[in-house]
Write a protein that binds this ligand. Structure first.
Ligand code: HEC
Length: 256
């Protein structure tokens, strides 16, 4: 008799859970397409040229709104820049400082400086962006489900909104942003940057490049980590071989 009494209770409980956590709402979001990134897989590395172009896109476009406060100019050695290039890039950017009389001012950056933020504080950042603070990009690739695929999808996901949809001012329709309405105007246009290496600056190219740079910023140690992993596997394989030979030797005289 018991199960017959419990069954409706369980069903009601499940229905209540479904209402409380509407997973189906997320399921309706457009799935993010997967791209092949150079830094994927056990031996993946950052495409240096792409990451350097991505740095240019960040500097010339994204840095107007997004901070990267945990990245330092000296970290750029990880995408193949020489000490002289790093010095020049740092010096081309004004970083905040305290002047001799104690008032706030700016000075040219040094390799040891962090990337300066576009706004003095979060209140100013929100005020300039219709009430939404542009998220810091130092760890953005790791902080979002979908990682680089999601970042690329957002940057290339500005499409025509569905017919008849009302979009309040300050919001923009993006196919891949959860809920579709994002406070960031489409940041990339074709030829928005002029690449030093002559690569054609399509939206797709700029999005891939800046995503590669942001992936590097999130995981600057990725290549060293993968290298160490390969070395450890190699070492364990050698150790297994040596152990086997020693075992054969030690047991050689034992009669079976
Ligand atoms: C005009 C200011 C502005 C510029 C320029 C800009 N962004 Fe944004 N961005 C924003 C704001 C504001 C948000 C927050 C949007 C929201 O939560 O609705 C945002 C959000 C994002 C998100 C979504 C993060 C999330 O919460 O899932 C990504 C990814 C992003 N920006 C990447 C970039 C990249 C890469 C660039 C440079 C190519 C860039 N942005 C340039 C203002 C800007």
């Amino acid at each position: 008799m018991r199960p017959f009494i419990l069954a409706p209770l369980v069903a009601a409980g499940l229905a209540a859970l479904t209402l409380a956590f509407p997973g189906s709402a997320r399921a309706q979001e457009t799935p993010v397409p997967h791209l092949n990134w150079s830094f994927e897989g056990p031996f993946g590395t950052y495409d240096r040229a792409a990451a350097q172009r991505g740095l240019q896109v960040y500097k010339e476009v994204c840095s107007a709104c997004h901070s990267m406060q945990y990245v330092h100019f000296r970290d750029l050695a990880g995408i193949g820049l020489s000490p002289a290039q790093i010095k020049a890039i740092a010096a081309s950017v004004d970083v905040p400082t305290i002047k001799a009389d104690g008032s706030p001012g700016t000075r040219p950056g040094l390799p040891s400086d962090a990337f300066p933020s576009p706004f003095p504080n979060d209140v100013a950042a929100a005020a300039a962006n219709d009430g939404t603070i542009p998220p810091d990009q130092s760890q953005l690739v790791d902080a979002r489900a979908g990682g680089p695929d999601y970042i690329y999808a957002i940057l290339t996901g500005y499409v025509k909104p569905p017919k008849g949809m009302h979009i309040a001012s300050g919001l923009y329709y993006n196919e891949y942003f959860p809920g579709h309405l994002i406070h960031m105007p489409q940041p990339l246009q074709a030829d928005q940057v002029t690449y030093a290496d002559g690569t054609k600056a399509t939206i797709d190219q700029e999005a891939k490049d800046v995503t590669t740079f942001l992936a590097f910023a999130s995981n600057p140690e990725l290549e060293a980590r993968k290298r160490m992993g390969a070395h450890i596997v190699l070492f364990l394989a050698l150790l297994a071989g040596v152990t086997y030979v020693v075992k054969r030797k030690v047991w050689a005289d034992v009669e079976h």
